[in-house]
Write a protein that binds this ligand. Structure first.
Ligand code: PLP
Length: 395
């Protein structure tokens, strides 16, 4: 490798550093849970996507352990060569029945599912219309397909209709609208009833990425379409958040769509099968989740309590009910200072700033989970009040 090349890479790194955008990873030495040990200290964790507290649930650990004994450790194959076990098909049909679709197909991650989705289904004659705040993996997936691309301002239904009209006027054969079910930086739901009505009016398909909803939003945790009683034509989701938090993604939809993806989706055809331990535990997670009204009630109770406590302390919050509760600090340095002080006070949170959120909208995104107790939340609220004073966020 030439010195010039490495010098160029080093210069990029130091630009990231001097812009205050360098991300450092803390080392956790315990399982993922409401309290984790970091650098020898125990802290309350308010930044995992562990909404139902299943990431270290004994039933999932047991299912994974048993599957490792029955079905081995790794698959050492893509699915279509010799990487499909009974467990993979069992999870795919289980996911489809949970989500109310004809079938589903597994991927190594939802990032791959979104990367896989568009290219086999849409051609140059087609159009895809994407919300401007969609997840990076949807944006990348759309880049990989030949369809014409249209983008609408986040949740702006007037702009969505304008883009639908434009796509129709441009002669699109098929149109697919793509949206996150929940926008993860804000915790806002997509306006699915209005999006569905517009999709129907312009004869478009609706794709919803429900990563921050499946398992805990809607009846039995079936996600944002179920919450709004609206039909999505194609769903994508992750096993890496509420559904146990390990790894894996999926696309769910009509059987011919899933059949074609199995033939053509590149991240499926050219990447390894999920390991049996994860697949078996995900089946158990779905059984638990369907029956977990108590955990969902606890989650939303925690979210309401946490939101009310922060508001009362004087923090600036975005409105909503989702367990994603962003505390707006606006300024990137303030968000970083606040997160650093909170860590000293025993609360683990992550600051978000440009380019992850727009300039001037820096925040600390807190996330509730069902396993947090009132004592945890009271302790964390006291730390927020203290850190708010110490950093001049609260006056
Ligand atoms: C987390 C997330 C993904 C990526 O999921 P992985 O399974 O972790 O790759 C995709 N889309 C959205 C909306 C997400 O929140």
């Amino acid at each position: 490798m030439t010195t010039a090349f490495l010098d160029h890479i080093r210069a990029t790194l130091s630009d990231i550093e001097s812009d205050g955008l360098f991300k450092r990873e803390r080392l956790i030495t315990t399982p993922q849970a409401t309290r984790v040990r970091v650098g020898g200290r125990e802290v309350i964790n308010l930044c995992a996507n562990n909404y139902l507290g299943l990431a270290n649930h004994p039933a999932l650990v047991a299912a994974a352990t048993k599957a490792m004994q029955d079905h081995g450790y790794g698959m050492a194959s893509v699915r279509f060569i010799c990487g499909t076990q009974d467990l993979h098909r069992a999870l795919e049909t289980r996911l489809a029945s949970f989500l109310g679709t004809q079938d589903s197909i597994l991927f190594a991650a939802c990032f791959d599912a979104n990367g896989a989705l568009f290219e086999p289904l849409l051609g140059a004659e087609d159009a895809v219309i994407s919300d401007a705040l969609n997840h990076a993996s949807i944006i990348d997936g759309i880049r990989l397909c030949k369809a014409r691309r249209y983008r609408y301002v986040n949740s702006d239904m007037i702009d969505l209709e304008a883009q639908l009209k434009a796509a129709r006027e441009d002669g699109a054969r098929h149109i697919m609208i793509a949206t996150d079910g929940v926008f993860s930086m804000d915790g806002y739901h997509a306006r699915l009833p209005e999006i569905r009505a517009l999709a129907d009016r312009y004869d478009a398909l609706l794709m919803v990425d429900d990563c921050h909803a499946t398992g805990f939003i809607g009846p039995q945790g079936r996600g944002t379409p179920a919450h709004f009683d609206v039909r999505a034509d194609i769903l994508t989701g992750t096993l890496g958040k509420a559904l146990g938090g390990a790894l894996g993604g999926y696309i769910a939809g009509p059987r011919p769509v899933i059949d074609l993806l199995r033939q053509r989706a590149r991240p499926y055809l050219f990447s390894n099968a999920l390991p049996p331990a994860i697949v078996a535990a995900a089946i158990v997670a779905l059984d638990m989740i369907e029956a977990a009204d108590d955990l969902r009630a606890q989650l939303f109770d925690n979210a309401a309590y946490w939101r009310a406590g922060l508001a009362q302390a004087g923090f600036d919050l975005l409105p909503g009910e989702h367990p994603i509760i962003p505390v707006m600090l606006h300024d990137a340095h303030k968000a970083q200072a606040m997160a650093a002080r909170l860590f000293e006070l025993g609360v683990y949170v992550s600051p978000f700033f440009f380019p992850v959120v727009p300039k001037g909208q820096a925040r600390i995104r807190t996330q509730m989970n069902a396993a947090l107790t009132r004592a945890d939340l009271d302790e964390a609220l006291a730390a927020f009040a203290q850190a708010g004073q110490d950093t001049g966020v609260l006056t």
